[in-house]
Design a binder for this molecule. Structure first.
Ligand code: SAH
Length: 419
């Protein structure tokens, strides 16, 4: 979502203010640092980055801080780093033109509704379009700062989405990535406009766009994975067969303390349903270790889910206490070294699973959409099920979909040749 927010800022600054992107820091008149605040580390990094930019920027160049850390620290950022010219929150991206010339402007209202704002057009990759389908988050996961920084969840009207995607397709994109904190909660609430449509309905509607060949989305929430949605996922040929099912923990009691709304059994049931309806689908997940109160048994439950589902991709994190969250003040915070050991154990086992999955790819044929030129005459693309695949080739392949036979496998990516 941050990448897309950055694209929106670039488009606004280019089309309304005639700024252009530069690859050279010393040339920049305006530097914007778009931040995350989900864990503590990136917040600390922000202030060291500001120092680096101050050292190398040209005299008079402005520095702005955007994103979730901007939302949550607000004017505190300017207090700690007075060289920062403005602060603009993750929920206020459309206000970028208003703040760049106001010394020490702080625009961080999380009630602001920009769900129908028509942003300018800018896409860092013309072949793949990222499209926000909702803003904010309505969940109350006790570990997560996002609802406090991005505000309540509001869906973007489906007609606007169809217009935006059609425009991207006309510009050369065959693939769309639908973005939201809980994409499959789509349609629960709109801003001014009322509409009766859910995520399954949205997928069906978007599928009718001519020239659009691939639909991806992230992140769905396990709680909203009803059968109708999973059946649409499995049967709609335009939907890529890769699905993110964020687990967080395999322990039912921890899931309750996290306020995730599902149990270990519900989660496994949804994954089994995906495997039954769509055996070729790959499943990825997010896991937090060391959440307050996590016992050895709780952690073993997480390992058990990893063993049962064999996630192809795993994003795993050590729990990081965040301001504005309930869990930050829970008793029984877990010692960092214990959390670290658990993270290592989880990641090592996942690496073994991934090696087995990737080794088995040799000789297989995948349909690959090529979208990026790489050094040494290589072109990169993704298979329908989300694997990164390289072939030898030139820019002629860009924007094309072709069958590729896998010749070489490694943990992170596959090599192959067009057949
Ligand atoms: N709405 C998204 C979450 C976005 S944050 C979703 O449900 O998938 C991405 C991931 O960061 C989360 O899934 C979680 O695994 C991790 N995360 C969030 N808060 C965290 C915290 N306080 N400590 C460690 N990891 C956290």
């Amino acid at each position: 979502m941050n990448v897309r927010d950055s694209e929106h800022m670039i488009a606004e600054l280019n089309q309304k203010e005639s700024y252009e992107l530069t690859d050279h820091l010393e040339e920049a008149d305006l530097i914007i640092i778009n931040t995350c605040s989900v864990r503590e580390k990136p917040v600390a990094k922000l202030f060291s980055e500001i120092g680096v930019f101050n050292k190398h920027k040209k005299p008079g160049a402005k520095i702005g801080v955007a994103g979730c850390t901007a939302s949550h620290l607000g004017k505190e950022i300017i207090k700690r780093a007075p060289s920062v010219d403005f602060v603009i929150g993750a929920r206020n991206v459309s206000k970028i033109s208003d703040v760049i010339d106001k010394k020490h402007a702080v625009e961080i209202n999380t009630d602001y509704d920009e769900s129908t704002y028509a942003f300018g057009e800018y896409r860092s990759n013309p072949f793949k379009a990222m499209v926000n389908i909702s803003i904010g988050c309505d969940k109350s996961c006790t570990f997560c700062i996002v609802p406090a920084t991005r505000g309540d969840e509001i869906s973007i009207p489906s007609d606007l989405l169809v217009q935006e995607i059609s425009k991207a397709v006309a510009g050369g994109a065959k693939e769309v990535m639908l973005l939201g904190q809980n994409v499959n909660n789509y349609g629960r609430r709109f801003g001014a406009l009322e509409e009766k449509i859910d995520f399954t309905g949205l997928l069906q509607k978007i599928s009718t766009i001519e020239g659009l060949e691939r639909i991806r989305f992230t992140s769905p929430h396990p709680l909203h994975m009803d059968d109708a949605f999973l059946e649409e996922f499995a049967s709609n040929p335009k939907i890529c067969k890769q699905i993110h099912v964020p687990l967080q923990s395999g322990s039912t009691s921890l899931l309750k303390a996290m306020k995730r709304g599902y149990t270990k059994e519900n989660f496994l049931n949804r994954c089994e349903k995906i495997r039954t309806l769509c055996p070729e689908a790959t499943i990825s997940t997010d896991i937090i270790v060391g959440f307050p109160g996590e016992s050895e048994q709780d952690f073993e439950d997480t390992m058990d889910v990893l063993e049962k589902v064999r996630f192809e991709q795993l994003f795993s994190f050590k729990y990081s206490p965040r301001p504005h969250t309930e869990a930050a003040v829970f008793e029984k915070q877990i010692d960092s070294s214990i959390a670290g050991e658990r993270l290592t154990k989880l990641q090592s086992r996942h690496t073994e699973i991934l090696d087995e999955v990737m080794d088995a790819q040799k000789g297989k044929v995948h349909r690959v959409y090529f979208d990026e030129l790489k050094p040494n005459g290589r072109v990169a693309g993704r298979s329908d099920d989300g694997k990164l695949i390289f072939v030898q080739g030139s820019e002629e392949l860009l924007g094309k979909i072709a069958d590729v036979r896998i010749t070489k496998t490694s943990r992170g990516a596959l090599d192959g040749e067009v057949v």
